[in-house]
Design a protein around this ligand. Sequence first.
Ligand code: NAG
Ligand code: NAG
Length: 552
Amino acid sequence: MGSFIPSSILLLFLFFPIVMPLPLSTNSRWIVDEGGQRVKLACVNWVSHLEPVLAEGLSKQSMDTIAKRIVSTGFNCVRLTWPLFLITNDSLASLTVRQSFQRFGLLESIVGIQANNPSIIDVSLIKAYQTVVSSLGENNVMVILDNHISNPGWCCSNFDGNGFFGDKYFNPDLWITGLTRMATLFNGVTNVVGMSLRNELRGPKQNVDDWYKYMQKGAEAVHSANPDVLVILSGLSYDRDLSFIRNRPVKLTFSGKLVFEAHWYGFSDGQAWVTGNPNQVCGRVARDMVRTSGYLVDQGYPLFISEFGIDERGTNVNDNRYLNCFLSVAAELDLDWALWTLVGSYYLREGVIGLNEYYGIMDYNWCEIRNSSFLQRISALQPPFRGPGLSEAKPHKVIFHPLTGLCITRKSFLDPLRLGPCADSEAWSYTPQKTLVVKGTYFCLQADESGTSAKLSIFCTDSNSRWEMISDSKMHLSAKLGNGKSICLDVASDNTIITNSCKCISKDNRCDPSSQWFKLVDSTRSSTSGERSLLQYLPGKGLIPNLLVGSI
Ligand SMILES: *[C@@H]1O[C@H](CO)[C@@H](O)[C@H](O)[C@H]1NC(C)=O
Ligand SMILES: *[C@@H]1O[C@H](CO)[C@@H](O)[C@H](O)[C@H]1NC(C)=O
């Protein structure tokens, strides 16, 4: 095969958004498209499993507007939830949207849906679900169908009858029937790229043997009904535990489609983030995460963190501290993920009409973004850092700052180092001598007096340019000054990179170390501002072409 591409095809790429060649499959720990190139799932959860059984928000905005908002905020995918009975109970599936809302007296929502999405008000619930999927497809948004619960309603508790195979509402045979029907219904719908077989298994009946028995059966059923979709398996204990896979792999008759999913919230560890020292908690919780699910990527399976999120008002200290730690792990492992949630408010949740969702990226009216600085922070994780087919640049490190979602960048030779978008990140290498060198140059990161800017220097052998990753979180980058004093990388209020005394290393639970938290992340992304490295500044020599630096 030649590499010649007719110019008419090139023109097509210029004028139309580039659509990933679907379906997706797996290549070791990566999810890849038909061309073998990595596709990173950067999804948002869209709830469609509560009592009215309609994707939330359609009384406030048209589904097309919502889909376009998902795209403009940088997500490429939706994890769209559904209750099992939507597909196994014909009298539920065939209710019209109007009838479904009338059952709960949600008259205001009916008026809103009629105004914003008139085409679905008198169609069946299952048809409305399909319409939402097509609308996402028209906007090139991938969809993962997530069987969230059996009986429509808010999820989850240990005793809600939906937790594990054999529970009141969780008949395994009916579940297989439902998965088969759903997989069949969406066979040939190309933007449906995966199915989450069941959300948050839990409760007194949960056990590993039944997990294998039924999850393998469910996976086979889905695959034979629809061989295109990724088959996504969640663990036990609210999707917190996949440790058992380590010694007992899942046995399937097919390959290249298996993905695992896990959930990770601040409240997954109770109030640990508030009551403990954040370095110590992050160290412990991140180790725990690797033991229970993160290890899977080293075993060659993709891991999809299908739920994480925080109260976006920024007032929940437990959530805030957790998020810094979460973002650092998600960046380091470059995981696929789905944020909880898109939803700004619910039609009806847990008996409350119009409940405000503070974990949602949309505001109450589904008009504006609830908190754009939150979105800005997670946007660093939307594009992949690395993976098959993405080697635009040689492997290097970026220095990621989870508190801001920014990376260490350098505008020009004379400007101080500062935080900027990770797309403009400087490319670093972390040498065996523990220096942080700007790739392709002799410049290394160097600490000066406490409270002053960190500098680039060409004298890289002293202790003030040897950076150790210290504290339990391993996220303090620390060097020693000439007087033996340890100092840590930090950020000033104008976002320049400075050094300061290392703070909150242990014990103290009242202080927050996160301004000093940095993560070295492997990347092959090319920097959008790569041109500047054609010239380098050398003290006493001025600006010289980069290639000559080594020979001076
Ligand atoms: C099926 O759905 C209808 C409408 O929601 C409900 O009244 C009925 O109880 C459901 N049947 C089963 C077996 O769950
Ligand atoms: C957004 O989040 C930030 C940081 O968590 C917080 O300080 C700010 O008040 C939040 N803004 C809104 C509008 O809730």
